[in-house]
Structures are given as C-alpha cells and as structure tokens.
Write a protein that binds this ligand. Structure first.
Ligand SMILES: Cc1cc2nc3c(=O)[nH]c(=O)nc-3n(C[C@H](O)[C@H](O)[C@H](O)COP(=O)(O)O)c2cc1C
Length: 206
C-alpha cells in the first residue's frame, strides 16, 4: 500500500510552503507579462501562478510575490499604469521567456537587453511580444492582497486578444499546434506529452 506523509500546512514556514506548492500544483501555464513604467520603459517577465478566472467578461489573474519587501517591477507597473499584457510561452520562445526572469533593475528593460521584438498595443499602451502566438491585453480590474502580505493577486479584464493565424482558424485556438510550455517545480519546464481526446460529459455516463 502507498504510504503518505501528512503535513500540517497551517504551521509551515513560508519557504517550505512554496517548495511544496510548486511541486504539487503542476503543470502551470506561464504568463509572459509585458508592462510599461512611468518613463515608458517596457518590462517583460514570466509568471506561473497564473490562470484565467472568468469568461464574462474574460479575466486573467496572476499572483506576484514581493521581493525583499518591495513590489517586483511588473507589479509596480501594473499598479501605476492599470494595465498589462499576457503573452503565451511556447517551445519556440521558451529560452527568451526564461531569460526574462533574471533580476534586471527597475528602469532597465529586459526587452531591450534581450532584443525582444514588440508590437504596439491596441487598447492599452503596453506593447506585446511579437514571437508569442497569443497576446492578451488586459486592464487591471482588482488587486487582492493575500495571506500575510507576501502575495498579491492582480486580476485583469482582457480587452483585446491577438491570435496568430498559425494557430487560430477564426473560431478556436489550436492549443496543440501552439506547443505551449508549462512550469513544473523549478528548474523544470514541460512541453506537451500525450494528448487525450474525451468528449465533454453533460451528464454522468449511464
Ligand atoms: C517560469 C517562471 C515562473 C515564475 N512565476 C512567478 C510567479 O508566479 N510569481 C512571481 O512573483 N514570480 C515568478 N517568477 C519569478 C519572476 O519571473 C522574477 O521574479 C522576475 O525577475 C520578475 O521580474 P520583474 O521584477 O521585472 O517583474 C517566475 C519565474 C519563472 C522563470
């Protein structure tokens, strides 16, 4: 029989809780987020504590942790500008996306440093990343501080989708063709493995 280790989560140290979470909640989609600061400098960084949380209207949420008591550049820019753009991470842009997680000082653009090509925003000022096949422009909807204050959830309403015709047929996104990458417990990423096709079940099987 399988043996289980049971852990009281209510008394866990923050670092232990983090280590467990990033191993337990996998694979996670990755939001490669672009933002703009007050001087117009474009910032880009990946976040995997991320998902869609509503569809009427469509909304995305990302949890950004603080760094040494200060907001990360992405969070600071989201709060100041009230907007952000989520670009999808794929096998072909993974290396560039990963490079963006290095700690560039505020005011230094990862985008310029790494030579990332941008496309202009349409409904927001924030530009999008050209080598990402899906770019979602968001207006900040809610900011929710969580727990002991280390984590903050930023919820944005998607105000524009930009979808590459390589993966969008005018109706649906071909998420298999897109070759998304996901975050496992660091330092691992994962690509798609076997794909299973099961029709949606409106009622329990009889
Ligand atoms: C794949 C990946 C996922 C990440 N997910 C998160 C996350 O969900 N929340 C977070 O605060 N940091 C996350 N990070 C760390 C940030 O990317 C990192 O702190 C980055 O330097 C923040 O950049 P900024 O200061 O320009 O916003 C992640 C890093 C990687 C590589």
């Amino acid at each position: 029989m399988t043996e289980f280790v049971s852990i009281d989560a209510t008394t866990l140290a923050t670092t232990d809780a983090y280590r467990l979470l990033i191993g337990c909640v996998t694979p996670r989609p990755i939001a490669w987020i672009t933002t703009v600061d007050a001087q117009g400098v474009v910032n880009a960084a990946p976040f995997s504590s991320f998902n869609y949380v509503a569809h009427s209207p469509p909304m995305l949420a990302v949890n950004i942790g603080s760094r040494e008591g200060k907001l990360k550049d992405t969070a600071q820019n989201i709060v100041e500008s009230g907007e952000f753009t989520v670009n999808a991470a794929t096998e072909s842009n993974m290396e560039l996306m990963h490079q963006c997680s290095a700690e560039y000082p505020p005011g230094v653009s990862e985008v310029e440093a790494l030579g990332i090509e941008l496309l202009p925003g349409t409904k927001v000022r924030t530009p999008r990343i050209a080598c990402s096949p899906i770019q979602m422009e968001c207006r900040l909807e809610q900011v929710i501080k969580l727990g002991r204050g280390l984590n903050t959830l930023y919820i944005g309403e998607i105000v524009a989708f930009h979808l590459s015709t390589d993966i969008y047929d005018g109706r649906s996104v071909d998420s298999i063709k897109m070759r998304p990458v996901a975050r496992m417990g660091g330092p691992y990423y994962a690509a798609l493995g076997e794909i299973f096709n099961r029709p949606a079940l409106a009622k329990p099987p009889q």
